[in-house]
Design a protein around this ligand. Structure first.
Ligand SMILES: Nc1ncnc2c1ncn2[C@@H]1O[C@H](COP(=O)(O)OP(=O)(O)OP(=O)(O)O)[C@@H](O)[C@H]1O
Length: 367
């Protein structure tokens, strides 16, 4: 087993110049801080689920982790090899970029769009085998594909192999996309909202299948969702970790049981409040803990802790600098001043909000 994590993100930043902004001559373009200073290690055979509201940077972070989005700051490493130095041929490249890209795969929310409508299932699944197993002949490839289709419950496989994507249900398309990713022998699969488009009744089956195959194929999973229930299910079953993102930052991460049983960041608590099936006291959960429903504009995020404008615990100290992640042990980290017993936070005045109507916030995280 390799000592190096499969993927490590080191203080990664992805800032986009805002699309379509028409600016007066001489003005700087607006910048969206999609990902801001995120560090994360994903070892072999690990499952990490990232959760956060729409637009908080989950997809951008995921794409950065698999080498399809170049960061504007920090470093992304695959087994210790800097991914973008490999791409640029800079320094001593031990793992070529092409090999890195093949080892880091993705399944999307909409598998229909990622499968070629003019190719049969057999044809789509042959491509990765030709690339990764050039020693296989036509017969062996067909056998392997049939075996995988049976494995994911698509019986009889001879029939499914001949179908085109439009002849498959959404769940079946997603299974084919999963097989296609696995046939690349990946070290990591990014599952970006991979169950969100499926009927609620099919989501658990698909997540169970992913975990079953993850175990068999020794693959790590980076599972991205706006839905805390789904993320908790997959991380919980895999005994993995959950990471909570807010406006481009990873505000809390840790083993799933620790985070759910003892959430430390006020934003994690708000997401749990908005997810009644994870909250044993759902019946008397009261008003939303958030002070404001609106997520700030990522082109102009609040200074200091970006959550302070919505945080029920915010004090003046939170408006200065972004807190560094505090290490709570067992891999549990939280970026909140409340984790530091001796911080000035405790003596600084509470922030009074001009708009204190405690409305239902974070509902999108609970649907
Ligand atoms: N190519 C791009 N150019 C400019 N801005 C972008 C680009 N890609 C993403 N963004 C912006 O970066 C921010 C983060 O987007 P991202 O898609 O990563 O978030 P997300 O959490 O995955 O959201 P969702 O769940 O809605 O997909 C958003 O404000 C988005 O508009």
């Amino acid at each position: 087993m390799s000592e190096e994590p499969v993927v490590s993100l080191e203080d990664v930043e992805v800032h986009f110049e805002s699309e379509g902004s028409i600016l007066p001559f001489g003005d700087d373009p607006e910048v969206v801080q999609a990902v801001d200073g995120v560090s994360l290690e994903i070892p072999e055979n690990d499952v990490v689920a990232l959760v956060g509201e729409s637009g908080c940077g989950k997809t951008t972070l995921g794409k950065t982790a698999i080498g399809t989005q170049r960061p504007t700051g920090g470093a992304v490493k695959y087994k210790g090899q800097d991914v973008w130095k490999a791409n640029d041929g800079e320094g001593n490249v031990e793992i070529p970029f092409e090999e890195i890209r093949q080892s880091l795969q993705i399944i999307h929310q909409d598998p229909g769009a990622s499968l070629n409508p003019n190719k049969t299932v057999q044809h789509s699944l042959e491509a990765p085998l030709k690339l990764r197993h050039s020693e296989m002949d036509t017969f062996e490839r067909r056998e392997r594909i049939h075996e995988m289709l049976s494995r994911v419950g698509m019986e009889p496989p001879e029939d499914y192999a001949k179908r085109f994507p439009h002849q498959l249900s959404g769940g079946e398309q997603q299974r084919v996309a999963l097989i296609r990713a696995l046939l690349m022998n990946p070290d990591l699969i990014l599952a970006d909202e991979a169950v969100s488009a499926l009927d609620v009744s099919l989501r658990i089956d698909m997540m169970d299948l992913m975990l079953d195959l993850q175990d068999t194929f020794d693959t790590s999973f980076l599972f991205i969702s706006h839905n805390l229930s789904n993320a908790s299910y997959i991380a919980g079953k895999a005994d993995g970790r959950i990471g909570i993102m807010y406006l481009g930052e990873l505000v809390e991460i840790g083993p799933i049981d620790e985070v759910l049983n003892d959430p430390q960041h006020p934003y994690t608590k708000a997401l749990m409040w908005a997810t009644p099936n994870l909250n044993p006291k759902a019946a008397d959960r009261g008003a939303s803990p958030l002070r404001k429903i609106d997520v700030p504009d990522p082109r102009n995020p609040p200074a200091g802790c970006k959550f302070h404008t919505r945080c029920p615990e915010a004090r003046e100290a939170c408006t200065g600098e972004m807190p560094d992640p505090a290490d709570l042990g067992d891999g549990h980290e939280v970026a909140c001043y409340r984790a530091y017993d001796d911080h000035d936070y405790w003596s600084s005045p509470e922030l009074t909000d001009e708009d204190d109507d405690r409305v239902g916030a974070g509902e999108s995280a609970a649907d």
